[in-house]
Design a binder for this molecule. Sequence first.
Ligand code: ISJ
Length: 424
Amino acid sequence: MPEDLVRAIYQYPYEGCTNEVDIFNYFADYKGERYLYINKDKSLKIIGIGIQSLIKRDTIDPDGVEKVYQSFVHNSEVFGVDKLQLKLFGGFYFDEDDSEDFSTFHKSHFIIPKIQIIIEESASWIIFTDASIDKERVIDALMHLTGESVASAAHALKCEDINLDLFRHNAAHAIAQMKSGAFNKVVLSRKRRIEMDAEIQVEALIDKARLNHEASYLVVMESGSKTFISKTPEQLVMVNGAYLYTNAIAGTMSKSVDDAKAKLLADEKNLIEHKIVVDSIKDDLIPYVCDITMKDHPQILENQFLYHLYTPIKAKLKTGSTLRVTHAMHPTPALGGYPKVQATEYIMQAGECRGLYGAPIGYVDAEGNGEFIVAIRSMVIERNEAVLFAGCGIVEDSEVESEVYETEVKFKPMLQMLGVTHNE
Ligand SMILES: C=C(O[C@@H]1C=C(C(=O)O)C=C[C@H]1O)C(=O)O
C-alpha cells in the first residue's frame, strides 16, 4: 500500500501545560528533533517533537517544500475535532552557500513533527502524526507538568572573535566601493565563538528567554547535535487571509547613547539605510499585492539594548502564499543590501557562509497563511560551544569602528541568554 494512504493526523483540544520549558524537558528523549516558535506578542506558540517527515533540499526550494507538505496534509486521514491545524515549520538558508556552522541542517529544512502542540490565546491543540505514540499517556503527562525552571550549569571559559579583522577589512572595502558608486548598501556580519565549561542546555536557554519580556520572537530548531536559536525582533512576512504584513527594520542606535531615540529619528545616515529597505520591500511586493499602506516616516522599535527605525507595512494580497512571498522578499536590504543582486554577490565573495543566520524561518498552514521571521540575534550551539552572529548595514557614510560597536551590542541578547556578562 502506498505510504501516503496509511498516514493519519490526530487532533485533540489541548488544555495541558503551556510552559515551553516544561514541555521541552518532558520530551528530553527527543533531543535533536524538537523545535519551538513563539511569535512577537506571545499569542502563538508552536512546539514540534520528533520527526515524522523532514522535508530537506540542498537548494533553496520553496515550491518543492510546499508540494510535499500539501501532499502530506491532503493524503492523510484526519481524526480531529476542529479544522486541520497541522503547521509546517522550518526555514531556508540565507543563500546557496554551504555553511560548516550549520552542517546538520539543509538549505531547505522543514519539519513535519510526530507531535505538534499549538498554543493560541483562544484555543490550543495537540496533533499527532504517528499512530504508534500512546496519545492518552502523552496528553495525561502534559496535563500534570509542574512548571519547574531550569538553571544553566554552564559558565563561559573562552570568548573568541572569529572574523573581526576580516569584518573590518570588508567594511572598509565596501565603503570605498560605495563611494565609487558600485552599490548603495550591504549588510556585513561577524561571528563570536563561546566555549562553556559544560554542555549548553537548550531548556535553560529557553527559560532565560521566557523571563525576558522584550517584544521579540523566539525560534529554537534542533537538528541532531546542533541547535539554532534566534530571538529576533524582525518579521519578514505574515500572511493572514487576504492581507499581508511586513516591516522594514533598519537603522540602529544603542540605548546607552544620550537622547538616542531623538538622535536616531533625525540621523541622516540611518534614515538613508532605512529608506533603502522600505523602497526595496515595496518593489518586491508589487507582483503580489495591491493597496500598500505605510507611514511616510519611520517610528522607533525598542529592544532591550537597542533602538531601531521601524516601518510597519500592510497590503492586500492578490496572489501567492507565505512561502512564495517569503522567497520573493528575502533577503531585504535589512540583511542583504541594495541593489539586491550586487549586495548578495558581495556577501558571498566576503565568504560569510551565513547558513541560517539572517535566514527566513517560520511556519505555514495548509491554506497558505503563516509567518516568517528574519533569524538575527541568533546563535548555533553544539555541546559546550556556541557561535553567535551579528551584522549591520554599511552605507557610504558608515564608519568602520561604529559598525564594530553596533555589532558588539547586537551580540548581547545571545550573550545574556548564555549567561555571559563579560568577555572571558
Ligand atoms: C543584521 C542585523 O540586524 C539588521 C540590521 C540593522 C541595521 O543595520 O541597522 C537593524 C536591524 C536588522 O535589520 C543583526 O542583528 O545581525
